[in-house]
Write a protein that binds this ligand. Structure first.
Ligand code: HEC
Length: 113
């Protein structure tokens, strides 16, 4: 019996969370759209500034198709924490995403090294 009411409670709580999540999700989408319009994006110039004090393009370019998002995340975090790489105003997640899904701009930069 106790179990039963307990289960019910969870159910109600879950439903409430569902609503909160739905609202948060909408905020996220709207926020995401305006962020995309106004915030700067990671570009090769950012990597040039943040990473090339210590590396050449070669080091990063040859790993572009080898590292997953998670692997880049670990690398970028290590560069920031251990080697004090300055990736501001970006977070490691943004830089890792950029490196794990390199766009034409970055691939172009790598092929004209
Ligand atoms: C202050 C110097 C410094 C900066 C800035 C720096 N790194 Fe590094 N990086 C190192 C050193 C030292 C190593 C070798 C030791 C290690 O792996 O921790 C390394 C290793 C690496 C490696 C090879 C190891 C691996 O995990 O694949 C990659 C790739 C890399 N860095 C990418 C980057 C990127 C991308 C940035 C810019 C966001 C960056 N680094 C900024 C010093 C730096």
């Amino acid at each position: 019996m106790e179990r039963h009411t307990g289960g019910k409670k969870v159910c109600v709580r879950k439903r409430r969370w569902g609503w909160i999540l739905a609202v948060l999700y909408l905020c996220f989408i709207c926020g995401g759209l305006s962020v995309h319009a106004s915030e700067p994006a990671v570009t090769p110039a950012v990597l040039e500034r943040s990473c090339m004090d210590c590396h050449d393009w070669e080091k990063i370019c040859r790993k572009l198709d080898r590292k997953s998002y998670g692997a880049w995340m670990r690398t970028v975090k290590r560069m920031v924490n251990k080697h004090a790489a300055d990736i501001s105003p970006f977070g490691p997640a943004e830089v890792a995403r950029y490196l794990s899904q390199p766009g034409e701009e970055l691939l172009g930069r790598c092929s004209t090294r």
